[in-house]
Design a protein around this ligand. Structure first.
Ligand code: EPU
Length: 423
């Protein structure tokens, strides 16, 4: 079960230089949809390189509540067997903890022709509607009813169709691809999300016998199959974790090698780090970042992939407090993902926020303070701020970090950071 205690905190002594190498874990945002996709078959699905993080444990609890067997068979390998699904309603207390849990709706609809769930919870980072998911289910012929705070989706037979998505929602695309994988005929999703995690899901579904083409572009085609079979699939590395370490290295590193990542997934970040003055070298599966260089201001627009990832926006914001000049960040994906700024200000950052725009004046010295993680990525941002702050920083609510980063404190300590977990 989830390990993150609500009382946990990190204490960081700032000023240590980072060096050496760090290995990236499997991708959280690929693990969640691929775990849901295992519901599409009665056979065993083995997922390798799954990170030990609390969001994965919550998703496992959701699958178990539906009747699936989920067990760790090796340190990072999950076996999921959904031979006998006994329930088609995702439990509200779990769905409210994790937005990715709503992904079981597309899979259950594909497998059983019915699914029910309340609206998903998750991080407080802005409005997060599910209209795109529901419109897609409707286009495939499902009836969607909202009753007693629960969305009920039902279809005797899902039929392939053309679906235009108003917004290229990542989990909306994933939900539709899963439902369409068991629909009769061909589905064409126009304005689909192009994130690598969508490509990963398509790859696994194809290995299970589905026919998904175009994933990674804005038009995805899915030819439904009567039956999907089991598979063994290795998850891609977590591009956001890799990017977080790359930014940490530019900010507080001598030379750090980020191993086992896919640099192609991080092109926007490596481009921006170089523009800011960091030295970044990339190989097939590693990134080397050399810090200790003067950083200069850059402008960032957080947009869907392949643009700069919103999940790295807050972390990059910390780097820009240490860059000479005025940087502007536009957060275009979420309407409320700049709240971390108020925590950073407690540490001395000079940042003004207006709507979805932050203006950062650098460089300003940061000082240790007591701050709180507000969501997974703002938590990571505060950790990085603590690394360069003078004195000691206490970060509360680190259960947010435990949701998304595997052994974050341990990996940082291996790189030379002075960070302790305390109750
Ligand atoms: N949106 C709609 N209607 C919808 C769905 C989304 O308007 O039906 C809007 C949202 O309001 C938001 C934007 O679209 O403004 C992006 O939402 P999207 O659906 O693309 O995001 P998601 O699928 O809920 C995933 C990741 C997030 C990541 C986003 C964007 C998972 C489980 N979560 O969320 O990850 O920020 O894509 O890349 O895959 C994180 O890891 O910290 C995290 C929040």
């Amino acid at each position: 079960m989830p390990t993150g205690s609500k009382d946990g905190a990190f204490v960081i002594s700032g000023g240590a230089r980072l060096g050496g190498s760090v290995r990236v874990s499997g991708a959280k945002n690929a693990a969640l949809p691929l775990m849901a996709a295992a519901l599409l078959t009665p056979d065993d699905v083995y997922l390798e390189n799954v990170p030990h993080i609390d969001d994965v444990e919550v998703q496992a609890a959701v699958l178990r509540s539906l009747g699936a067997e989920v067990e760790w068979v090796e340190e990072h390998t999950l076996r999921i067997r959904a031979a006998n699904l006994t329930n088609h309603t995702a439990p509200a207390h779990l769905v409210q903890r994790l937005r990715g849990s709503f992904l079981v709706v597309g899979a259950l609809l594909g497998r059983l022709g019915r699914a029910a769930s309340c609206a998903p919870g998750g991080d407080v980072i802005g409005q997060r509607p599910i209209d795109v998911h529901l419109a897609g289910f409707d286009a495939l012929g499902a009836r969607v009813r909202f009753e007693d705070s629960i969305y009920h989706c039902e279809a005797e037979c899902l039929r392939g169709n053309q679906v235009f998505m108003d917004y290229p929602s990542v989990s909306g695309t994933e939900n539709l691809v899963m439902a369409a994988a068991r629909a009769r005929g061909e589905t064409i999703i126009v304005n689909a999300a192009q994130e690598p995690e969508v490509v990963e899901l398509a790859g696994m579904l194809n290995a299970m016998g589905a026919e998904v083409t175009g994933a990674g572009t804005s038009v995805v085609r899915i030819r439904g199959a009567d039956r999907l079979h089991g598979t063994r699939w290795r998850l891609i590395p977590d591009r956001i974790e890799a990017g977080t370490f790359a930014i940490a290295a530019a900010l507080a590193g001598d030379e750090v090698t980020i191993e086992g990542c896919i640099p192609e997934h991080l092109l926007a970040l490596t481009w921006k780090l170089r523009e800011a003055g960091a030295e970044v070298l990339t190989g097939e599966d590693f990134i080397i970042v050399r810090g200790r260089r003067p950083l200069r201001a850059v402008n960032i627009q957080a947009v869907p992939y392949p643009g700069f990832a919103t999940d790295l926006q807050s972390v990059m914001g910390v780097l820009l407090t240490q860059a000479e000049g005025i940087s502007v960040i536009h957060e275009r994906v979420y309407d409320n993902r700049l709240l971390y700024v108020y925590e950073l200000r407690k540490m001395g950052a000079d940042i003004e926020v207006s709507g979805q725009t932050a203006l950062i004046r650098g460089r300003t010295p940061l000082f240790g303070a007591e701050v709180s993680a507000l969501d997974i990525r703002s938590g990571a941002a505060l950790v990085l701020a603590g690394l360069v702050a003078r004195g000691s920083t206490l970060i509360r609510n680190i259960y947010h970090l435990d949701r998304g980063y595997e052994k974050f404190d341990i990996k940082l300590r291996q790189l030379g950071a002075v960070i302790e977990r305390v109750d």
